[in-house]
Design a protein around this ligand. Structure first.
Ligand code: SF4
Length: 488
């Protein structure tokens, strides 16, 4: 922790209050407000009148406050919990239809100077194999990802100013965007790197990143500090205020998340919603995405060591209430979760999933030898991308490889306004179908292709505007004839 942070903390100890528009971490994530919210929710867990009124209000799809959402999360009435699920499904259908956006993580380096107790990349782990990709390695990884059919990546790297400086990240982004293999291209690079300065965030913005993703891990300050005993990540305020610096630098799509299991889920659920409210209050736009990872096994990490690990039922409830509380925000689950769990939460509100993922450094181009392990976590859903696309199609979803909003400048509040007005259906539906069509033409197995073509033929008729529908049909037949990369 820096001297400035310590001084600021001393000031905060005296003045700390809840103010969602404050730029001070302990004011917009105010501990007392979270505790009061949890106490309020627990004392109303069977308050039928209040719960019904919150659910009724939520039908306007304008979202909920953290207090209202906390009451729903705590709700102990079976019939109201069933209503909640139905409402979450309705909201999901209204804003996302049956589209599921696909992405893959790309691990650049597992060197890290931090001491995070829940991550095998922590600097004192001597059993993990340390690796950092060269630009040539990255090119090989990108070709392997393009050959699977991916168009959207999430870059991952540990925090290490010597091994992974910002220049390395920027060069890697340039390499990724430059590779055009056969009909492949990575069209959106989201970046998940450590909290940094406004200046570095500007560089990321200029490099053309999509979303800047940073998980809070836990919003509970004391727990956060205990779990991050060493390294720059120990500074709670610097980490918690990172999204403000990113937005100040002009990055208007940010992705937040906590690692459920590190702390009590109630606390982090409320903290995460307060963070979303804060971003909306200060920057006029909430988070573009919320991720809901749960702690899972990894090299020297055993989930059993974390007593706050959550059950599948609680996990599904969190997804349900988040969908209702932040209707316009994308929700992401990774391959940390099993096929069964992913199927359950897709229905309740998740809109984006990874597929065919490797969490090892360099694992796409070359599988890691059995006696080496460079992975950040063990994958539960080990299916190939084709198997996942096939499965989604069978469940009635449209796997989407779309990156159009970002490429058309529909980011931040422009994107949110489009979602809120419902107009997104005239962009997302055709874009999803056209990018699925590209996938089917270039990468799918015959079985997946047949299923996908049938879905496209049916779904294209559901595009609301006739003009868009006609144009989409024309583009789809041009894709069959070999053209690529159409978008609305
Ligand atoms: S969570 Fe991030 S900062 Fe912490 S050890 Fe892992 S890679 Fe490093």
């Amino acid at each position: 922790m820096s001297v400035a942070s310590i001084e600021r903390e001393q000031e905060n100890a005296v003045t700390s209050r809840y103010d969602r528009a404050s730029r001070i971490a302990t004011e917009f994530i105010n501990d007392q407000e979270i505790l009061d919210t949890i106490a309020f929710a627990q004392s109303n867990r069977n308050n039928r009148e209040l719960i019904s009124s919150i659910l009724e209000r939520a039908q306007d799809c304008k979202g909920l406050t953290h207090r209202e959402a906390a009451v729903l999360l705590e709700c102990g009435l079976d019939d109201q919990n069933e209503k909640m699920k139905l409402l979450a499904k309705e909201i999901k259908q209204k804003f996302y239809g049956n589209r599921i956006v696909m992405f893959a993580p790309l691990y650049l380096s597992n060197y890290c100077v931090n001491g995070c107790l829940y991550c095998p990349y922590h600097h004192s782990n001597t059993t993990i194999v340390r690796k950092k990709l060269s630009q040539e390695d990255i090119a090989r990884e990108v070709i392997a990802l393009q050959d699977m059919g991916h168009k959207r990546l999430a870059l991952e790297a540990g925090e290490d100013p010597v091994n992974n400086p910002i220049e390395y990240i920027l060069e890697s982004i340039r390499t990724i965007y430059s590779i055009k293999h056969k009909n492949g291209a990575i069209r959106r690079v989201n970046v998940n790197i450590a909290a940094t300065t406004v200046e570095d965030y500007r560089k990321l913005k200029d490099a053309g990143i999509g979303t800047y993703i940073l998980f809070q891990e836990t919003y509970h300050k004391q727990t956060y500090e205990r779990l991050h005993p060493t390294g720059p990540k120990n500074d709670y305020a610097y980490h918690t205020e990172a999204m403000d610096r990113a937005m100040e630098a002009g990055i208007d799509d940010v992705g937040i998340g906590v690692l459920f299991g590190l702390n009590t889920y109630r606390y982090d659920f409320v903290g995460m919603l307060m963070h979303a409210e804060h971003l909306e209050a200060v920057w006029g736009v909430g988070p573009h995405t919320i991720s809901v990872p749960r702690i899972c096994p990894a090299d020297d990490v055993r989930p059993g060591d974390f007593s706050n690990a959550i059950s599948d039922d609680v996990f599904a409830k969190i997804v349900t209430v988040l969908r209702i509380a932040v209707p316009y925000t994308g929700m992401i689950v990774s391959t940390r979760e099993s096929k069964k769990t992913r199927e359950r939460v897709l229905e309740l509100g998740v809109s984006q999933i990874s597929g065919g993922s490797r969490t090892t450094v360099g694992g796409y181009a070359e599988p890691e030898p059995a006696d080496e392990n460079s992975a950040q976590f063990d994958i539960s859903d080990t299916r190939t991308l084709d198997e996942i696309v096939n499965w989604l199609l069978s469940l009635g979803y449209i796997p989407s490889f779309c990156t159009a909003c970002y490429r058309e400048g529909r980011t931040g509040d422009r994107f949110m306004n489009l979602v809120k007005s419902g107009q997104i259906a005239n962009c997302c539906q055709p874009n999803a179908l056209m990018t699925l069509k590209e996938y089917l033409e270039d990468y799918a197995s015959p079985e997946t292709r047949a299923k996908g073509e049938a879905v496209i033929a049916k779904e294209v008729l559901r595009i609301p505007k006739e003009k868009v529908r006609t144009l989409a049909m024309k583009y789809l037949s041009e894709l069959s004839a070999g053209k690529r990369d159409f978008r609305f």
